[in-house]
Each structure stands twice: as C-alpha cells, then as structure tokens.
Design a protein. Sequence first.
Length: 321
Amino acid sequence: MNSTQDLKGKTAMVTGGAGFVGSHLVDRLLADGLHVIALDNFVTGHARNIAHLDGIPEFRFIQHDVSEPFDVEGPVDFVFHFASPASPIDYVQIPIKTLKAGSYATHNSLDLALRKKATFLVASTSEIYGDPEIHPQPESYWGNVNSIGIRSCYDEAKRYAEAATMAYHRAHGVDTRIVRIFNTYGPRMRLDDGRVVPAFIGQALRGEPMTIFGDGTQTRSFCYVSDLVEGIWRLARSQCHEPVNCGNPHEMSMRQFAEAIASVFGIELKVDPKPLPPDDPKVRQPDITRAKEVLGWEPVVPFDQGIRQTVEYFRGQLQPA
C-alpha cells in the first residue's frame, strides 16, 4: 500500500463529489496532499457539502452530469466514481437517472481512467446482494435481486457498474477497484433522503413518532462515514481487483435502532408502524474478512459516538437560518 507521502501532488477525480460520502472522500484526499477535481450535478448532492473548500487551490469543482461524456485537463491518477442517487425515495422519483448513473456514468468514468491511465474505484453497494439468502454476506455471494422490482433501478445499476468495471479491467487493463458499501451514516446526509438514520433522527428532532416498517425485526449494520472513507482509501491504494465489502458487522434491528435514537434524545420511543415496502431486505450484515485480511481495515468509531455527531449535524440543519 502506497504511503500518503508518495501521493502528495497526485490528482484524484471524484464523481458525486458534493454528495454525502463523496464529499467526505474529497476532504480525506485533500488532507493527504492530493489535488482533487470533484464533479456533481446536484441532483442529490449539495453545494453546502463542499462550501468549506472554496478558495483552496488544490480543489476544483465542475458542475456536470457524468452520465454525459466529459474530460478534464491534465494528469489524473485516481478516478473515484461515486455519482449515484442512493436512497429509496430517489429510486421512486428518479429511476432513470439512477440507472444512468450506474451505466452511462460508469462508462464515462472508466473511459477517463483508461485515457489517463488512472486507478479506477467504483462505489458499489450491499444492495447488489438484494434480499440475501446468505447471512452475513461475503463477496462471493451472487445475490438475490428482483430485476424488475421497485429497487431494481439501483440494485441492477450497481451490478452493471461492477460488470463494466471488470470488463474494462480484463479487456483494457484498467487498474480497477470495487467497494461494496453497506449502510453508512454521518454528517452531510440529506435529512429527507428516506434512509433510516436521517428519518429516525429527523422524526425525533421534530417530536414525531418513528416510522418502522413491518415488525421492525429487519436488520441493518451501520458504519460511520470516516471509517468507510478510510476503507475506501486503503482499497484504492491496494492491489485488490476483487470486490471488497466495507461496512460495520455490528447488526441491529430497526426496533433496536429506534430505541438507540430515543435513548440519545432521552425520550420515550413512539412508533408509527407502516407496511414493509416491496423487496426491502430482511437482513443486512457484511462479512468483512477480506477487508481485514487485504486492507487491515475494520470500523473503529463506536456507534454511540458516531450517532451523537450525526444528531448534532442534523440539529444544525433544522435550526432556522
């Protein structure tokens, strides 16, 4: 694995660089001495996520929809493809854009990596496992995905992005990486994006009951964003071309998570039950054996610490300007 000292002055491009994970990755790359070019069209990203970078000479932002062809001047050493809607609300509202982010945008990003002879890393997802029949999910599991379901625009787009990435690796020799991201949380999430962390926190802040779908026994595993970014950056500097799960193996049911949020706020848990959405995974837990062995990586931020930092961020978002 390359040391950060060897990487100073290198250039990285991040598609979706104004998004939740993308903007944190941009911060990490800049902190390690790289020049960073971020692209975003603000469909789900936001300018406030990168506003603190205004005036930094090592950072350049380009507003562009990467599902349309693009190029950048000068050398590029790393291409991180993170441009994609990533929440259940997005799947319903902008399914075509979601599909294009996984298909056209992946090809355009891979083409740039090919031209620049850059290392390419694609942000895949635990959703490629669908509603899994194997638990926890190792990278060797091929998944159980409904190809025509309401979530398929995201699930299949990411599966296609992985296929395209491996095709460019095999056919063109592009130096590729695939990270399969499990549920991640932290500052800069959209309060209205429909995922459970901002949903429960937003409802608690507004004094509303927390919406629990089904009986609340479905599980997720929550990884704090700084841990995820550390895993991504280690993977980019490794020699591993196979997919790598990055997530927290500590599994929680939705009921347990709601109780944890209520505890942070010091309130009694009140629940607004709703029917389970179609194709909603019943379980989700990463097997991170490969990440431990290949990257020497595992999450280190305690859940209580991460969730309190996330709550403070959302408190600021809800305060009047």
